[in-house]
Design a protein around this ligand. Structure first.
Ligand code: GFB
Length: 323
């Protein structure tokens, strides 16, 4: 167990993205120095540049949040980018961390690493026990190799690299591009624009039957700091709420918050993806951490953020890129 102190220099990769920006907000509540680097200055996929940057800036810990990410459509359209970008990023960051003796590294994975048909809720030990969900296999394989790589560095070099597997996230600074985003930001934007235009109907992809678990990104950022201080185990650890709902129920919740008068229509030509993925969070609960932001409150907060930024025109409505 260690405590974050003024002596710590923590590099947050992907600090402009959904998770990275939340981790920086959370770290500002500590007295650690926060290191960040813009994409124009450093391409996190470039092994030599990352090694040089880490050698010059000497972080004591790294929280690796950068990633090429997206929803079900983006994953199916750009599997090569999702696979290559994410593999290159963890190869660069982990090898630089080892080379320059970074004391601890937290690698952030994803709940989609688990098999498509595994028992629910999903326990950490189900990893690599069956086949993956095809709509995000490339991303999942890249993330699995990152998790395994943390274990390999631990075994071969004794590095203190740990990995967390979060459930589906949402919150400020998300990607609100309707094609490439995840479901929750897409629904917030669709309902909001329908309200502005006075539309009578909003389209939701798929059958509405798949179940998903959603966690506010500020909860994950808090868990990242908790794990950095309290977890030294090579096994990945789940981070979620343990509570799921159907996409139809989620759409109803967003409709209720944003535009209650509108009708919802399901577009069954769009893919459902995996039917259920809810995490078993008993291990992190046993360590003493649990989420605090319930979905309805988090949704209201995120919608307020979205509406203010949508009006100001400074929101990510464009296409998906590495964050
Ligand atoms: O959030 P999402 O794209 O990703 O989709 P996954 C979740 C569910 O919401 C699917 C439905 O059943 C979608 O068909 N959905 C309904 C929508 N309306 C929409 C919409 O407008 N946009 C989107 N995107 N979905 C992702 C993986 O899987 O989960 C990633 O693709 C990552 O790799 C992430 O692991 C956590 O939950 O299916």
């Amino acid at each position: 167990m260690s405590h974050i102190s003024a002596a710590d220099r923590i590099w947050v990769t992907g600090h402009r993205g959904l998770l990275g920006s939340a981790v920086v907000r959370r770290l500002k509540q500590t007295n650690a120095s926060i290191l960040t680097c813009d994409r124009q200055t450093l391409d996190v996929r470039d092994v030599a540049s990352v090694a040089r940057w880490v050698g010059e800036h000497r972080p004591t810990q790294i929280i690796h949040c950068a990633g090429t990410v997206g929803g079900i459509w983006a994953n199916s359209q750009r599997p090569v980018d999702f696979f290559n970008d994410n593999c290159l990023m963890h190869i660069s960051v982990l090898s630089a961390a080892h080379r320059h003796q970074v004391q601890k590294l937290l690698y952030v994975g994803s709940s989609c690493i688990y098999p498509r048909e595994c028992p629910q809720p999903i326990r950490e030990e189900y990893l690599l026990t069956d086949s993956l969900e095809p709509t995000n296999a490339a991303y999942a394989l890249a993330k699995i190799s990152g998790v395994m790589s943390c274990q390999f560095y631990r075994e071969q070099h004794g590095c203190n690299f740990i990995s967390a597997m979060p459930t589906n996230l949402y919150g400020p600074n998300d990607n609100f591009d309707l094609k490439t985003s995840h479901v929750l930001p897409a629904l917030i934007r669709r309902f909001h624009e329908a309200k502005l235009q006075g539309d009578s109907e909003v389209v939701v992809w798929g059958s509405g039957r798949p179940r998903r678990e959603f966690m506010h990104v500020d909860d994950l950022a808090d868990a990242c700091l908790f794990l950095l201080q309290n977890y030294d185990d090579g096994r990945p650890i789940n981070v979620g709420t343990g509570i799921d709902l159907t996409i139809a129920e989620l759409a109803d919740l967003v409709r209720y918050i944003v535009y209650p008068e509108v009708h919802v229509r399901f577009d069954s030509t769009k893919p459902d993806g995996t039917l259920r993925k809810v995490l078993d969070v008993s291990r992190i609960h046993e360590l003493g951490w649990s989420h605090t932001i319930e979905l309805q409150r988090g949704l209201r907060q995120t919608y307020d953020w979205f509406a203010a930024h949508y009006q100001a025109g400074d929101i990510r409505l464009g296409t998906v890129t590495p964050s």
